[in-house]
Design a protein around this ligand. Structure first.
Ligand code: ATP
Ligand code: MG
Length: 303
């Protein structure tokens, strides 16, 4: 099922939290919504799920405009809100049965058993939600989002606060789910997008600043190469430095000080410079990174 967002804006007081955001997601796409704190990710998700009205533009889930025909609309969307608000006094099974009831599911018990299995909640099923660890609470949140088998999943930071093992499990779970569903998930973490999504949208100050296949956006952020300032005890022949395959460009900034630009595909060339120095008998006095490729470009895009 497709999701269309068309010229959506949202104001809080005189703050423009979303500024004319438009995109269109095809059925089966898994989209990572990437942005810094306060960028507008949660606001956008609340608007798509119909929890918050927009101040302009419209959104469609499949053929249904957000905000109309509430029951049919709710049936097609599963939403994991930020900070998974849950009823802490309720037991896991009791809560999921209640949610199944809200969707008027026919075989409530069977369906609860299924989502408990899918989300790995079985060992914790008899506990009160308030007694669960953060990761398991997150799984309850996922279970309630999945229970009515919606075609579209909107997951607001589904892996926040999870330990590395749980992180892997939840990412795999989302990946498996995404085979049959359209998924939009928000995150601060580029690696998460790489691990789970095939498309990434970067949002900054309420504006969409990049949207495309993950590979393409990664390339975009890699155009920034690492530069290293190198000081060697005596002047070396620039040709010797230029010959090194991991170096794209060298300029001399002082008698024995060089500014080195890494080749495109290099991540961190400092260990290679060190090895080359040992091989050639140069004494390195200092080696300093001037800019960091992927992270700095990512920071530029999101901040
Ligand atoms: N109910 C509200 N009232 C006033 N301002 C709000 C409200 N909800 C969000 N905002 C503001 O809108 C901006 C976007 O917030 P939003 O929660 O969408 O960001 P986010 O990208 O989800 O950030 P985070 O990564 O911290 O969750 C922020 O500046 C926030 O303070
Ligand atoms: Mg948020």
């Amino acid at each position: 099922m497709s999701v269309v967002v068309n010229h959506i804006s949202k104001k809080f007081g005189n703050q423009l939290a979303l500024n004319d955001v438009s995109f269109s997601i095809k059925a089966g796409e898994v989209v990572g919504l990437l942005g810094a704190n306060g960028a507008g990710k949660s606001t956008l998700m609340k608007i798509i799920t119909g929890y918050l009205p927009s101040d302009g533009g419209y959104a469609l889930v499949g053929d249904l405009p957000v905000g109309t025909n509430k029951t049919a609309f709710r049936e097609r969307i599963g939403y994991l809100p930020e900070n998974t608000p849950l009823y802490h006094e309720m037991y896991v099974r009791e809560y999921l049965l209640m949610v199944a009831g809200m969707y008027r599911l026919k075989h409530k018990k069977n369906r609860v058993a299924e989502v408990v299995e899918i989300t790995g909640l079985k060992p914790e099923i008899t506990k009160r939600i308030g007694a669960l660890s953060k990761g398991y609470r997150q799984r309850v949140g996922l279970a309630q989002a999945l229970i009515h088998d919606p075609e579209v999943l909107i997951l607001d930071e589904p892996t926040s606060g999870l330990d590395p093992n749980q992180l892997d499990e939840i990412r795999n779970l989302i990946k498996n789910l995404s085979e049959k569903k359209t998924v939009i998930l928000s995150t601060h973490i580029m690696q998460e997008v790489e691990a789970v999504c095939n498309r990434v949208m970067i949002i900054r100050n309420g504006e969409m600043v990049a949207d495309g296949p993950v590979d393409q956006i990664k390339k975009l952020t890699k155009q920034k190469r690492q530069t290293v300032k190198l000081t060697i005890s005596e002047a070396v022949n620039m040709n010797q430095l230029n010959k090194l395959s991991f170096i794209a460009d060298v300029s001399r900034i002082d008698e024995n000080e060089y500014l080195i630009t890494a080749s495109v595909d290099e991540d961190d060339i400092r260990p290679k410079i060190f090895e080359a120095a040992v091989r050639n008998g140069w004494t390195i006095i200092s080696m300093q990174e001037e800019s960091r490729s992927v992270e700095s470009a990512f920071r530029e895009l999101t901040k």
